[in-house]
Design a binder for this molecule. Structure first.
Ligand SMILES: NC(=O)c1ccc[n+]([C@@H]2O[C@H](COP(=O)([O-])OP(=O)(O)OC[C@H]3O[C@@H](n4cnc5c(N)ncnc54)[C@H](OP(=O)(O)O)[C@@H]3O)[C@@H](O)[C@H]2O)c1
Length: 321
């Protein structure tokens, strides 16, 4: 099979497309023929090995996995001897933020990690459903809210932001989303009630207050957003902050009562995939798709994603389209 292989950390130039043996499933595993994976910001961390702390999980001094890729959508092509719940030909999708090596034509995963894909989506949509939604769901799990509460999402077009807008809307929250004006209709279609165009106004100066501010693109600070929060409101950012302050603020701000920072460590990616399956089947979630690349152009895909301007998800197609 073909796989995008690298042996050390670095930019897209460290990849080469190589012919390698197709992995064979252990008794509890299935082999999946991958029709779509995403190139996402978690993959960027694993490729560059930055921030450095990520190497505690991805390997030090060199990456443990030769191929990047955290998610997949494809067809079961072999099953291990102990697998009863899946058959050859089943359409499945899955995700693990510590990496699966899915930037290749085949992978083997424990059968539990390959979730039957809803019938109403394509492989590209299947691959695009878990990553952003996993982080979004972990953020949402850190706060208390009730139907009708107002929450602001900065970066409503990103993978995490677009999932946050849809999940919060599905849970009955009134969402104000920040994005560029040209994406206003797109983000309203995801469920946002109100749009703030960041190319025209500074959202941190808005007059409304919110139960929570989710900065899904990590472009603001707690200090800037504090005035937007209700007296017991919560600020969550997808980034560590310009001085890596967010994890420390999450320890100290709750001590005083009132407005606080939370810094969720994402857990249980399998639970997130199951939730996405349920919401997709109910018509309450549809991932945003940007552009697609064949495996041979993985370098271009990474270069584009690392610019931080993708709209939703970028797809890699190991067998072409
Ligand atoms: N905490 C975690 O566990 C975790 C995990 C994964 C990723 N991350 C981080 O989370 C962030 C988001 O990742 P992602 O994949 O969701 O993002 P993404 O898809 O790369 O976000 C791209 C979008 O961000 C928007 N954007 C760019 N600059 C903006 C600004 N100043 N204000 C508002 N929106 C802006 C752009 O929207 P417009 O086109 O409208 O400008 C673009 O569509 C990244 O910084 C990533 O490193 C964190």
């Amino acid at each position: 099979m073909k796989a995008a292989i690298r042996s050390h950390y670095g930019g897209p130039e460290v990849f080469s497309i190589q012919e390698v043996d197709i992995p064979q499933p252990k008794p509890n595993e299935v082999q999946v023929k991958i029709y779509a994976a995403t190139v996402n910001r978690t993959d960027c961390g694993a490729l560059w090995g930055k921030p450095w702390i990520i190497r505690l999980f991805t390997g030090f001094p060199n990456p443990k996995r030769k191929s990047t890729g955290t998610d997949f959508a494809g067809e079961v092509s072999r099953v291990g001897s102990q697998v009863n719940e899946l058959e050859v030909g089943d359409r499945v999708f899955g995700f693990r933020d510590n990496g699966l090596g899915s930037h290749a034509q085949y992978i083997c995963v424990p059968s539990k990690m390959a979730v039957p894909m809803p019938d109403n989506i394509t492989y590209a949509q299947g691959a695009a459903s878990p990553e952003g939604a996993h982080y979004a769901y972990n953020f949402i799990n850190k706060i208390k809210f009730k139907k009708g509460d107002k929450i602001l999402v900065n970066g409503g077009t990103g993978a995490i932001g677009s999932a946050l807008v849809q999940l919060l809307t599905a849970f009955g929250v009134e969402v104000t989303a920040v994005c560029r004006g040209e994406h206003a209709e797109l983000v309203k279609d995801l469920g946002a009630k109100r749009i703030i165009d960041y190319s025209r106004v500074d959202f941190t100066q808005d007059e409304e207050t919110f139960q929570c501010v989710f900065d899904a693109v990590g472009k603001s600070t707690f200090a800037q957003c504090k005035r937007l929060l209700e007296w017991n409101g919560v600020y969550i950012s997808s980034e560590l902050g310009p001085r890596m302050q967010n994890p420390f603020l999450a320890l100290f701000t709750p001590l005083g009562g009132g407005k606080r920072v939370k810094f969720p460590l994402p857990v249980n990616s399998h639970r997130s995939v199951l939730l996405m399956k349920e919401l997709i089947e109910k018509g309450k979630f549809k991932p945003l798709l940007d552009r697609s690349y064949p495996l041979e152009e993985i370098g271009q895909a990474y270069t584009y994603v690392a610019q931080g301007q993708k709209v939703g998800n970028v797809i890699l197609q190991p067998f072409g389209d």
